[in-house]
Design a protein around this ligand. Structure first.
Ligand code: HSE
Length: 317
């Protein structure tokens, strides 16, 4: 019987959803940044969010409005449990940045509570509960941030209902560069502006690229990864909301990135490179573009996180 705990603190990683051509079906996890979530047992039944730090305390502590609270409520509802749980959510990355911030909090929360309770739920069940957090954050329970944050690595979502999620193990190293220009874009808003119908020729190009990207990752073929990282459907619409998008992307490719695009729904822009040195050089030129127009920004350089969430501290019952 697995141990039960009084207190568990979990790190859950940020993620890059879509990865250019894979709108809603592809995502990757970063080693850093990530959110930290504490779960603690209490005498009083039910869920309480006692602290939210980072992001200037703008996030709600009401369980039904906070992604972590909603995700844990779904978990306890599934178990039919009224155990008393206090949550603390420590935001370590910006909201509305395209780094999967809400997903990381939901994933951290369900992983921490599942461990607290002696692992009653499977990872696939945790994915469903974390997706409920995504539903409250942006209106749809898409899995392309929660799945990589929960499982680590590159993840391909063949289907959301029924849930069919496949981990893609890239046999070659890959490093991500993510530049976050300090403006906020709400995923919910950027989904509303997308077209509902797609010309057949564009759809053919897009599914050619997603197949190529999956094959490139599995074969460890950098050239195939590079030529497949093209998004002809979503990027042309959303990129107009991101200052200097074309310049930043071009600078990343010129500096040696394999590909570059919008991270999730933006405004962050990501690039993938073969090694840390290239990823660092790519980060410098991307940042330079924002310095040119006087826009504050942050850059993150990270290998792909292969493990998903990490237990940082725990106290046994
Ligand atoms: N696939 C989602 C979207 C990810 O692009 O709207 C949001 O982070």
């Amino acid at each position: 019987m697995p141990n039960q705990y009084q207190y568990v603190k979990v790190f859950a990683p940020a993620s890059v959803a879509n990865v250019s051509c894979g709108f809603d079906v592809m995502g990757l996890a970063l080693d850093h940044p990530g959110d930290e979530v504490v779960a603690r047992r209490t005498e009083e039944p039910g869920i309480q969010i006692t602290r939210v730090t980072g992001e200037n305390g703008v996030l709600p502590t009401s369980v039904s409005e906070n992604t972590a609270g909603v995700a844990v409520r779904a978990l306890l509802g599934h178990l039919g449990s009224d155990v008393g749980i206090e949550l603390e959510v420590h935001k370590k990355m910006p909201l509305g940045s395209g780094l999967g911030s809400s997903a990381a909090s939901s994933v951290g929360a369900v992983v921490a509570v599942n461990r607290l309770l002696g692992l009653p739920c499977t990872s696939d069940e945790l994915l469903t509960f974390a997706a409920e957090g995504e539903r409250v954050a942006c209106g749809t329970p898409h899995l392309d941030n929660v799945a990589p944050s929960l499982f680590g690595g590159f993840v391909f979502i063949r289907s959301r209902e029924p849930q069919d999620v496949i981990g893609l193990d890239c046999s070659k190293p890959l490093f991500a560069t993510v530049v976050h220009p300090q403006i906020e874009i709400r995923t919910e808003d950027t989904r509303k502006i997308l077209r509902r119908n797609i010309p057949l020729q564009k759809a053919v190009t897009q599914w050619g690229n997603i197949g190529g990207l999956v094959a490139g990752l599995l074969k460890g073929d950098y050239e195939l990864i590079s030529r497949s990282m093209q998004d002809v459907i979503i990027e042309p619409i959303r990129s107009v909301l991101i200052p200097s998008f074309a310049e930043v992307k071009e600078a990343a490719l010129d500096a040696g990135a394999l590909g570059s695009g919008i991270s999730g729904s933006g405004p962050s822009i990501f690039a993938l490179s073969r090694d840390n040195e290239t990823a660092t050089a790519v980060g410098k030129v991307m940042q330079h573009e924002y310095e040119e127009i006087g826009l504050d920004n942050e850059v993150y350089i990270s290998p792909i996180n292969k493990e998903g969430p990490r237990i940082l501290e725990e106290v046994q019952l």
